[in-house]
Design a protein around this ligand. Sequence first.
Ligand code: FE2
Length: 197
Amino acid sequence: MFKFPELPYPKNALEPVLSQKAVDVHYEKHHRKYYDILSKMIEDTSMEDKPLVDLIRATATNPYVFNAAAQIFNHEFFWNSLSPVAEQNSMPPEVEKVITIPYGTVENFKELFLERAGRHFGSGWAWFVMANDEADIWITHDAETPIKTPNVTPLLCIDLWEHSYYIDYLNDRATYLEKVFNIINWQFVKENLNKTV
Ligand code: FE2
């Protein structure tokens, strides 16, 4: 089976936006829990040697395996969507170009992204994706993930589950979203533009 993905930076690297404690609990207790659950479920089965993305797509009708596998993918994608490195927090022109086609300005995109993420009811994920070659904002429920949809490439995601912000922001999801938006790894977004998952 694939290895539990490592964090791309030290646990305290996202402070003051996300505290070391918040990242530690999120990564070690939540993200790792899905890995442990999945490991037990697929041990000694034909699924054991499959890559994670294949597992998500092949098990879309098995909610137990799907939920754990998708949450592992979504969390790894979330950690990679953030960066403590200032240069990576500034948007490359290639990304700006893709955003401005449907949204006019980056500011419009930000406003809409934060609004849609902020009004999502319950647990889920906010995504920036390329869907059929056009930039789009997707909000998914629970463990749902865009990678099971053909012709959709995720570019970045933000965790909307309460466990992602409660330690640092209590119930103030809007402030969490505002702050986290400032540490998006736009270099990661740019790299994803050229990928087909
Ligand atoms: Fe999470």
